[in-house]
Ligand binder design. Structure first.
Ligand SMILES: [Zn+2]
Length: 235
């Protein structure tokens, strides 16, 4: 069923004022060089091939973030100039619209790194599936991460509706319906959040264009869970 939802798809969305900077961290990748008057800025010309390296890059970035060692990375003029001829993101991240779970922040990534798909409850409608297809088939990202999170409001709304009969209004109803199959009456809210990640990952894996790339070994789908203390667990 096609949901009539507002799809928020942004290639990048980095709020610099939320990124802690540090001068004493070391580079995790290639071609580090300072290009700004601000010596904490750094530019990396990324050549990340394959899902495993992409996943490691996300894990390294989350480690920096959770330890308050985020770097001002790939937000420089040099990086913007690099990207004028095109993009080569290494990951499509499907996550919730929740303002506490911004992928570029929690993975300490910069411009041209993460192809972002965000709807409340990290659900996917046809527009989101099409955007994912673009990310893997045209922007050539080798990795898709589906990331749920602790205390997700959209999953909570669905959970309360199907366990307590609490009604929701407007187009939120469509999101809640999408999440409904993940709700178990004798299961917890957190169980529902994790099951929803698996169900969305399966929906993506069954998308014909994405499935073809997965079957050929070019793309991998990984499930993830963000705790509000900042740590991302990959399954
Ligand atoms: Zn959420």
């Amino acid at each position: 069923m096609k949901l009539k939802l507002l799809t928020l798809v942004t290639v990048v969305g980095l709020s610099l004022n939320l990124v802690a900077c540090s001068n004493d961290v070391t580079a995790s990748n290639t071609n580090e060089q300072n290009t700004s008057k601000n010596s904490s800025y750094k530019t990396e010309n990324l050549e990340i091939k394959g899902a495993d390296k992409a996943l490691q890059r996300l894990k390294d970035g989350n480690d920096r973030f959770v330890n308050d060692k985020s770097e001002l990375i790939n937000v420089t003029k040099e990086r913007r100039d690099q990207l004028k001829d095109g993009q080569n993101p290494y990951a499509v991240v499907v996550s919730c619209s929740d303002s506490r779970v911004t992928p570029n922040i929690v993975f300490n990534a910069g411009l041209g790194e993460i192809f972002d798909i965000r709807l409340a409850g990290n659900v996917v409608d046809d527009d989101a599936l099409g955007s994912i297809e673009y990310g893997v088939a045209h922007a050539n990202a080798p990795l898709i991460v589906v990331m749920g999170h602790e205390s997700c409001g959209a999953v909570t709304a669905a959970y309360n509706k199907y366990t307590k009969g609490t009604e929701v209004e407007g187009n939120i109803e469509e999101i809640v319906e999408e999440i409904e199959p993940s709700i178990g009456k004798d299961k917890t809210l957190d169980d529902a959040i994790r099951t929803n990640v698996t169900n969305v990952a399966n929906e993506i894996k069954n998308d014909p264009i994405t499935k073809k790339l997965i079957d050929s070994g070019k793309v991998k789908v990984v499930e993830a869970y963000y705790s509000l203390d900042g740590k991302v667990q990959f399954k």
